[in-house]
Design a protein around this ligand. Structure first.
Ligand SMILES: Cc1ncc(COP(=O)(O)O)c(C=O)c1O
Length: 339
C-alpha cells in the first residue's frame, strides 16, 4: 500500500500504498492444465545490450534470462546479481483506492502485485526472478524450498521451476496428525502437484526441532548423493539475493511515478511481513532511491525484534551499510488483532 499525505507528521493511518497478492483459485485448474500441456519450455538469453525495458513493455521477454544492471542508486550494493529471469508480468499497475472515511489529506494507493501473473502471483515472483537466474547460472537441475502446507512461496517456486525445466522438491510443514497422510489436492497443493513437484511433509514439531536450514540441507545432501545438482531457496525466498526483487520493485514504482502525468508522492509503503525479504528490499530501495517513503510492515508471524535482526542480516549480506531500524518499521499484527 502506498500512502500519500500532504502533511509532515507520519501517523500510520495516513498512508497510501498497499502491496497486494492473491491465491490461485481452484476453478483455474483447467486453464493451468492447458497452459502446461501446450507450453513448450524454452529459455532465451537476451544479449546484455538488448533494450530490456522495451522487451518487457511489449511482452516479449517472458521467460528470458537477461544480464542485470541495478538502478544507479543501488550500484554500490554488493554482490550485484549478474542475471535476472523474467518470470513476472511487470510492471504491475498502481491505482488509487477510494476507501470511504479516509482522514483529510490522505490518499491510499495500491501497488497491484497480485497481478504479477496467475500461477506466480504476488511478491514471490519478484524474488524468484533473481533466485532462479542464480540457480540456472550455477547449473542446478533441481530446486529445494520449504514452507507451510499452503505456502504461496512454495507454489510459486514449483511453477517457476517447471517453466525452467527444473525439478522441484518441496518440504511442507503440517500437523502431526496429517504428516503421514496424503495431503490431497487442495489450494496450492493442487498447483504444485499439477506441475509435478515432489512434496515431502514434515510435522510442525520436527520443523521446530531441526529448523528450515537443516531440513533443506538434509534433503540437499540426499539429492547430491543421488547425483542431482540441487539449489536451495530459503523460506519465502528471503535471502540477500531475493531481496533484489523488491529493490527492483522500488525502481519500478519510481519509474511509474516519473512517467505519470499526475504528481504523486508516497509518504509510506505498507506491507505484510512473513519472511522479511520484501521489507528488506522495499526499505533499502526506498531509502536509497528518490522515493524516500517509510516502509511500515505488519508482521504476520514472528515479533518485530526477530524481523529487525533478520532484515539486518539480509542488508549486511548486501553490504548496504544501513540499520534495519532506520529503514523499516515493523509492528506485530497479532497485537492489533487482539485490541
Ligand atoms: C501480500 C503479502 N505481502 C507481503 C508478504 C511478506 O513477504 P515476505 O515473506 O517477503 O516477508 C506476504 C507473504 O506471504 C504477502 O502475502
Amino acid at each position: 500500500m502506498l500512502c500519500n499525505r500532504s502533511f509532515p507528521i507520519p501517523p500510520i493511518n495516513k498512508v497510501t500504498a498497499v502491496i497486494t497478492q492473491h491465491n490461485v483459485h481452484h476453478h483455474k485448474r483447467l486453464d493451468i492444465l492447458r497452459l502446461f500441456q501446450s507450453h513448450q519450455t524454452r529459455t532465451m538469453e537476451v544479449e546484455a545490450n538488448t533494450n530490456s525495458s522495451h522487451m518487457r513493455a511489449v511482452g516479449l521477454d517472458f521467460l528470458t534470462k537477461k544480464a542485470y544492471t541495478p538502478p544507479s542508486w543501488a550500484s554500490h550494493i554488493n554482490p550485484i546479481p549478474s542475471h535476472i529471469f523474467s518470470l513476472g508480468h511487470l510492471p504491475t499497475p498502481i491505482h488509487k483506492w477510494n476507501l470511504p472515511n479516509l482522514p483529510t489529506n490522505t490518499e491510499v494507493w495500491l501497488k497491484r502485485d497480485d497481478l504479477s501473473g496467475m500461477q506466480l502471483s504476488g511478491n514471490k515472483v519478484r524474488k524468484l526472478e533473481f533466485l532462479m537466474a542464480d540457480a540456472v547460472a550455477k547449473g542446478a537441475d533441481c530446486i529445494i524450498t520449504i514452507g507451510g502446507i499452503q505456502s504461496n512461496h512454495c507454489r510459486a517456486t514449483a511453477v517457476a521451476a517447471k517453466y525452467l525445466n527444473l525439478d522441484c522438491y518441496l518440504i511442507l510443514r503440517t500437523s502431526k496428525v496429517l504428516v503421514d497422510q496424503d495431503p490431497g489436492l487442495t489450494g496450492n497443493l493442487l498447483v504444485e502437484r499439477l506441475v509435478g513437484a515432489h512434496v515431502e511433509l514434515i510435522s510442525k514439531e520436527e520443523y521446530a526441532k531441526f529448523g528450515s536450514g537443516d531440513l533443506t540441507n538434509l534433503l540437499k545432501e540426499r539429492l547430491l548423493k543421488e547425483g542431482r545438482r540441487p539449489y536451495v531457496i530459503p523460506v519465502g525466498g528471503s535471502n540477500s539475493l531475493g531481496t533484489w526483487g523488491y529493490i527492483e520493485a522500488i525502481r519500478e514504482i519510481e519509474e511509474q511515478l516519473q512517467s505519470g502525468t499526475d504528481k504523486v508522492k508516497f509518504d509510506d509503503i505498507v506491507v505484510a511481513c512473513g519472511s522479511g525479504g520484501t521489507i528488506a528490499g522495499l526499505g533499502l530501495g526506498s531509502w536509497l532511491s528518490s522515493l524516500k517513503a517509510k516502509v511500515r510492515a505488519f508482521s504476520v508471524c514472528d515479533d518485530p525484534d526477530y524481523f529487525y535482526d533478520y532484515v539486518q542480516g539480509l542488508l549486511d549480506g548486501l553490504e548496504a551499510g544501513v540499520d534495519s531500524r532506520d529503514i523499516v518499521n515493523v509492528q506485530n499484527v497479532r497485537v492489533w488483532a487482539m485490541q
